[in-house]
Every structure is written in structure tokens, then in C-alpha cells.
Design a protein around this ligand. Structure first.
Ligand SMILES: C[S@@+](CC[C@H](N)C(=O)[O-])C[C@H]1O[C@@H](n2cnc3c(N)ncnc32)[C@H](O)[C@@H]1O
Length: 229
């Protein structure tokens, strides 16, 4: 099933990759530690979810010592590097955008964890992996995925532990603003309601999953076998 990619999926991946080539640094700066107090305030108002989902992932991922991690749509490597810093034995991190991957590699080198991180340019829908993984993250990924069902099923097939993913909420003024702001770039963006998210996870076959409403995203914590704390 995974070898068969529709034209829509291929076109989406091409346009998303192109978008993040030109927006990689701007995205990374949303984490904002180098900003002025005013910029930090703006980020907190408009992009609070970026920090919220990061904090929630690390609050709920459990001990990382010796774990294998797959970070899908790793961007500038914020999650991948933190996983390695917290003791993960191996972090496989993929992204469509070479510029994002350059930022991620530089971050891993600066943190002294490059030997445990492998960054690869790949489309998750097409790439093959040597599973299973103890932790799988897909944060900020499903905003840019035309057909999420096969990706979640693939995540389940690679998982022997926890999985974390975010889905931007559909019925918000901010969703409309975001959709309009993406129009000139040609980068597609997708939104979800709670029912979509619940159906996707029910169909993917995780033993247990939980949806948490954050500022503008549904955040899902899942466990392959149903064990959770
Ligand atoms: C909003 S960024 C999130 C980066 C990171 N996960 C974070 O939260 O800091 C989304 C990233 O997903 C990547 N991406 C989108 N679709 C992808 C796909 N099908 N396969 C791999 N990466 C993808 C984009 O290139 C982009 O860098």
C-alpha cells in the first residue's frame, strides 16, 4: 500500500518541501529564545502551541534511556536533539526540506549528540524504515498531509511504544487566517475537527490514544499496546 502514492500526495509533498526551504529559519525562530521581549510576547500569543506541544511530548514520553526514536517531519531538529540529549540511543529524523535538515544537523553537532542522530531527506509516505521504534513523533506534520490515513497506519506498523502527533483545529478564526496566509506560497494546508482525529486514530490500530485540545491543535498521545500513564 505504501509504495502506491497518489498524484495528489506527490504534488503536496513537492509544494510543502518547497515552502519549508524558504521558511526553515523563520519556523525555527518561532521557538523564540533569541527574541526581544515584544517578539516573545507576539509568539506567545500567536504561536503558543509550538511550545505547548513540545513540553507535552517531553512530559509524556517516559524515560528515554536506550530508546529508538523516529521523528517524522523533524524540521530544525528541536525534538530529535532533545530526545538524544535525554538519552535516546538512536534518533532517526526525516524531513522533506534540505535546509531544515541542515539546521537540525547543526543543532545536533552543537549539542554533542550528532553520533546518535541520523537526519535524512525523505517523504514519510515513501520511505522505508527498520522498525520498530519506542517513540514516534509527527508534530506539525499533518498540517501538510493530503491523505493522513496511510501515514497513521504506517506509524502504527513501526511503533512498539508511544506516538505523538498534532492536528490543527478546523473551526477557528486562526485557521482561516492561516489558510489565507498560505495561499500566495502555493503550500497546501489541512485542518481537522475532533471527529476526524478520533476516526483517524481509531482506524490506525493503536491500543490506546488520548486527544488533548491545545491552543490551536489537537494533540494526540498514543500507545501501541495500550499501556499508558
Ligand atoms: C511545521 S514543521 C515542524 C517541525 C518540527 N516537527 C517541530 O515541531 O519543530 C513541519 C515539517 O514537516 C515536514 N514535512 C511535511 N510533510 C512531510 C512528509 N510527508 N515527510 C517528511 N517530512 C514532511 C516539513 O518539511 C517541515 O519541515
Amino acid at each position: 500500500m505504501f509504495g502506491m502514492m497518489t498524484g495528489r500526495e506527490r504534488d503536496t509533498a513537492r509544494r510543502v518541501g518547497r515552502y519549508f526551504e524558504t521558511h526553515s529559519r523563520r519556523y525555527d525562530e518561532l521557538y523564540g529564545e533569541r527574541h526581544s521581549p515584544v517578539q516573545r510576547l507576539v509568539n506567545r500569543l500567536l504561536h503558543r502551541v509550538i511550545q505547548e506541544r513540545f513540553d507535552l511530548t517531553f512530559a509524556r514520553c517516559g524515560p528515554l534511556g536506550g530508546k529508538r526514536v523516529l521523528d517524522i517531519g523533524c524540521g530544525s531538529g528541536r525534538y530529535a536533539v532533545r530526545f538524544a540529549q535525554e538519552g535516546a540511543a538512536e534518533v532517526v529524523a526525516i524531513d522533506l526540506s534540505p535546509r531544515m535538515l541542515e539546521l537540525a544537523e547543526a543543532r545536533a553537532r552543537a549539542a554533542g549528540v550528532a553520533d546518535r542522530c541520523r537526519f535524512e531527506r525523505a517523504d514519510f509516505a515513501r520511505a522505508a524504515f527498520r522498525g520498530p521504534f519506542d517513540i514516534i513523533t509527527a508534530i506539525g506534520l499533518f498540517d501538510y498531509v493530503a491523505e493522513p490515513e496511510p501515514l497513521l497506519v504506517k506509524m502504527r506498523g513501526l511503533s512498539r511504544g508511544r506516538a505523538f502527533a498534532s492536528f490543527p483545529m478546523r473551526w477557528q478564526v486562526r485557521a482561516l487566517i492561516r489558510r489565507l496566509s498560505f495561499l500566495p506560497s502555493g503550500c497546501p494546508i489541512y485542518f481537522y475537527d475532533r471527529r476526524d482525529v478520533a476516526r483517524l486514530w481509531a482506524d490506525a490500530g493503536f491500543g490506546r490514544w488520548e486527544v488533548v485540545a491545545l491552543d490551536r491543535d489537537y494533540f494526540v498521545l498514543a500507545d501501541a499496546d495500550g499501556g499508558f500513564d
